[in-house]
Design a protein around this ligand. Structure first.
Ligand code: HEM
Length: 213
């Protein structure tokens, strides 16, 4: 061993530039041991994840064989893989939204509740032209969702002034239905015209809760 090697193991003197080689070479065994710890933990979690995915895969296969659905008949937004595709959200004016009422079959069917716009094309039977709930598409008719009044144009509005807590809860219920629906999805929001506070509040409707013809 020559003096050059000995000098390398000494601490650098004040003012002497440090090469870093001494402090890096000495604790090497400890450094490699501590590096192993996180990789062991990773391996452990990796095994857990693999077991979980294997069980999930088996459950999906078995469920499909028995119920012909992937999650034992349970259907929600979470069980539709299409809902995991990020969708571009758009801001509509009321005039733009009106174009999506099914009069142009090339365009999707859109409806809005509380300013949120949903694509309900999968429910064409409910909302397509000539269908029972066609009145809801191409607009935000939140009031009618709360009052159950489908026969009056003045209730097919986003103006929800004067509604009872129960009626407001009804709107929230529909909003939640569209938000969590397996086959409908949110496509954006609509900029609603401000409601004139001087305008009359639509009077209650006599045939509320009646199923429309
Ligand atoms: C006597 C009154 C009513 C009856 C018997 C009735 C019946 C029905 C039935 C059988 C469905 C199909 C459900 C399904 O297959 O999933 C439905 C859907 C629907 N109803 Fe009614 N309804 C009535 C009143 C109303 C009222 C007042 C509203 C408005 C607030 C309304 C809004 C809707 C909507 C929006 C759908 C479609 C839901 C979807 O897209 O999944 N209904 N209704």
């Amino acid at each position: 061993m020559n003096s050059g090697n000995l000098k390398q193991r000494q601490r650098p003197q004040a003012g002497e530039p440090s090469t870093g080689s001494g402090s890096e070479s000495e604790p090497a065994p400890y450094a490699s041991a501590s590096r192993k710890l996180p990789s062991n933990r990773l391996a452990w979690w990796w095994i857990v994840i693999r077991i979980a995915f294997t069980l999930l895969g088996l459950s999906v296969c078995l469920s499909y064989l028995i119920t012909e659905t992937a999650f034992w008949g349970h259907q929600s937004k979470l069980t539709n893989w299409r809902n995991y595709i990020p969708r571009r959200q758009q801001t509509f004016t009321q005039a733009e939204l009106a174009k999506y009422d099914g009069s142009n079959p090339e365009l999707p069917l859109l409806l809005a509740v509380k300013g949120d716009v949903y694509d309900v094309s999968a429910g064409w039977g409910f909302y397509g032209p000539g269908s029972t709930y066609h009145i809801f598409v191409g607009r935000d008719a939140s009031r009618a969702f709360g009052t159950n009044c489908l026969s009056r144009e003045d209730h097919l509005t986003h103006d929800i002034r004067g509604l009872t807590p129960g009626e407001l809860a009804g709107i929230d219920g529909w909003h939640s239905l569209f938000d969590n629906h397996q086959r409908y999805f949110k496509v954006g929001t609509v900029v609603l015209d401000p409601v004139d506070p001087q305008s009359p509040i639509p009077p209650p409707c006599d045939d509320a809760k009646a199923k429309p013809n």
